[in-house]
Write a protein that binds this ligand. Structure first.
Ligand SMILES: [Zn+2]
Length: 304
C-alpha cells in the first residue's frame, strides 16, 4: 500500500466521518424542531383543552340558563294556563264577580240557584207575594223575626217588615251567630232576609244583579228561608271561619250557600232539615212552641 493510498483512505474516512457528522448535526436540529413541534402541539392541546373546558362550562351555563328559561317559560305558561283555567271555571260556575282563594263549593251558580228553588218547592214553601201577604204570614208565625242578639245585628237600612225569616232559618242564624261570637266576640250582620215578589221586581229594576222574581232561578229570599250575611267588616279569619262552618252544613245537606263578591255577602238558604222540629207543616205552631223553639226570634218579633 502506497502512502498515497493510505492518505486517500484517510481522506475518505474523514469525508465519511464528516458526512456522518453532518447528518448527525442535521439530525439534531430535526430533533429540536420535533421538540418545538411537540411543545407547540402540547400547548395547542392545552389551549384546546382549556377552550373545551371553557366552552363546556359556557355550554353548561348556557344550557342551564336555557333550561331555567325554558322551565320559567313552562312555569309561566303553566301559571297562565292555570289562571286561565281558574278564570274559566269561575266564569262557568259563578253568576257574580268571584275572587281567588276559596273552595268552589260555596260559589254561586245557576245550578245552585235551581237546586235551592227545587228543594224549597219540595218543602212546600210558597213565594210571598206582597206586603199584605207578608204581614199575614208573620201573624200566623210562618215567619219569625231575625234573632237579633249580641252576636247578630241587622243592617239598619233593612225595612223593619223585612227582618223576618222562616223559624228554622232563625234557628240557624242564632246558632251560627252564637258560635261566631264565642270565637270572635263580635256580631255578624244580616243584610237581607225575606223579600216579597213585589219587592224583588223593584230590586230587579234598580239592581241588574238581582235574581228574577219568578221561575226556576227566582230569588229564594221570596220564601223567607234565605238570608244574606254581610262579609263587609269581617276579617280574613272570620271569613275563613264562615266558609268552613257553612261548607260543613252545606255538605250535610242542611243549607245551600252562595258566597257573593259583588254584594259581598254569604247568601244562605236554610232547609227544614236544619231544625225539623221547627218545620212542622200544616197549621202554624202555637206561640208558646215558637218561644221554646226560637226564643230570641220571638223576643225580637215582639220588640219590633
Ligand atoms: Zn241573597
Amino acid at each position: 500500500m502506497s502512502a498515497l493510498d493510505s492518505m486517500c483512505r484517510t481522506a475518505i474516512y474523514v469525508l465519511l466521518f464528516a458526512v456522518l457528522a453532518a447528518s448527525g448535526a442535521f439530525a439534531a436540529p430535526g430533533k429540536a424542531t420535533d421538540r418545538v413541534h411537540h411543545k407547540a402541539a402540547a400547548t395547542r392541546a392545552r389551549h384546546a383543552q382549556r377552550a373545551h373546558h371553557t366552552l363546556t362550562a359556557r355550554g353548561k351555563r348556557q344550557s342551564t340558563a336555557t333550561h331555567l328559561r325554558v322551565q320559567d317559560r313552562a312555569r309561566g305558561t303553566h301559571r297562565r294556563a292555570h289562571r286561565r283555567g281558574l278564570h274559566a271555571r269561575r266564569q262557568e260556575v259563578s253568576l257574580r264577580l268571584p275572587r281567588a282563594g276559596m273552595s268552589t263549593p260555596l260559589r254561586g251558580s245557576l245550578e245552585s240557584l235551581e237546586r235551592q228553588n227545587t228543594r224549597l218547592d219540595a218543602e212546600g214553601l210558597e213565594r210571598i207575594e206582597d206586603e199584605a201577604d207578608l204581614e199575614d204570614r208573620i201573624a200566623h208565625n210562618q215567619l219569625v223575626a231575625v234573632p237579633v242578639s249580641n252576636g247578630l245585628a241587622v243592617n239598619p237600612d233593612l225595612p223593619a217588615a223585612h227582618r223576618y225569616c222562616r223559624p228554622w232559618t232563625a234557628r240557624f242564624l242564632a246558632d251560627l251567630a252564637q258560635a261566631h261570637e264565642a270565637a270572635f266576640h263580635r256580631p255578624l250582620e244580616v243584610s237581607s232576609a225575606v223579600r216579597t215578589v213585589e219587592y224583588q221586581k223593584h230590586l230587579m229594576q234598580i239592581n241588574g244583579n238581582a235574581a228574577p222574581a219568578e221561575g226556576d232561578i227566582a230569588s229564594p229570599h221570596l220564601t223567607g228561608a234565605t238570608v244574606d250575611l254581610a262579609k263587609k267588616g269581617l276579617s280574613r279569619a272570620e271569613i275563613a271561619w264562615m266558609r268552613e262552618h257553612l261548607l260543613e252544613l252545606q255538605t250535610a245537606g242542611k243549607i245551600d250557600v252562595e258566597e257573593e263578591f259583588r254584594q259581598a255577602c254569604f247568601h244562605i238558604t236554610v232547609y227544614k232539615e236544619y231544625a225539623p222540629s221547627l218545620a212542622g207543616d200544616g197549621p202554624a205552631a202555637p206561640a208558646t212552641s215558637q218561644q221554646n223553639a226560637a226564643p230570641a226570634a220571638v223576643a225580637n218579633a215582639q220588640g219590633l
